[in-house]
Ligand binder design. Structure first.
Ligand SMILES: CC(C)(COP(=O)(O)OP(=O)(O)OC[C@H]1O[C@@H](n2cnc3c(N)ncnc32)[C@H](O)[C@@H]1OP(=O)(O)O)[C@@H](O)C(=O)NCCC(=O)NCCS
Length: 146
């Protein structure tokens, strides 16, 4: 599958918000995406297939640490390597920007996400009890050196 990875633009937001509507568990508003696109300390990437956005990953850098804020691939295109490509591009960008480590939180039962993070060398270092709501769930705090 020939996908390209590029920076997210504000022109992508209508498509991204319509994707979000299909997934009630995704709770980012248009404004949340917009703020990250405009933030010069954030990296917002999309994966595009034949002109269509099919996934995205967003991270914020503070001095030498980076936090992954959002990572998503459209259901139809999962398990085809799109997430892998997004993560590879993000990590390289974070290194280029001088980040020394990267961290994230994920739901304890999000096996597909945890698997891909572990493949990239993230380590689960702490459990955050009841970190998530709707439904309530523990969060795993994961971290990786760059
Ligand atoms: C987590 C998520 C982004 C992963 O995206 P993805 O595009 O499915 O990820 P990939 O395809 O790169 O990798 C997933 C699996 O597919 C496998 N895969 C990759 N390319 C493949 C191919 N061509 N054929 C078959 N399997 C393939 C990978 O090996 C991987 O499995 P493994 O870890 O057992 O090796 C996606 O599941 C998602 O959007 N989930 C919902 C949102 C979410 O939970 N985000 C994380 C919040 S913390």
């Amino acid at each position: 599958m020939r996908t390209i990875i590029r920076l997210m633009h504000k022109e992508d937001l209508s498509v991204i918000c319509s994707i979000q509507k299909e997934y009630p568990e995704l709770n980012w508003s248009r404004d949340s995406f917009y703020k990250e696109i405009e933030n010069k300390n954030s990296v917002s990437l999309v994966s595009e297939l034949k002109g269509q956005v099919i996934g995205y990953i967003i991270a914020k850098i503070v001095i030498d640490e980076a936090q992954i804020l959002n990572f998503f691939v459209h259901q139809k295109f999962r398990e085809m390597g799109v997430g892998h490509l997004l993560m590879t591009s993000l990590l390289q960008t974070l290194i280029d920007e001088g980040a020394l480590f990267v961290y994230l939180e994920t739901r304890k039962n999000n096996e597909s996400a945890i698997r891909i993070y572990e493949r990239f060398g993230f380590l689960g270092v702490a459990i955050r009890k009841d970190y998530y709501v709707n439904p309530t769930d523990d969060g795993i705090f994961m971290i990786k050196g760059l």
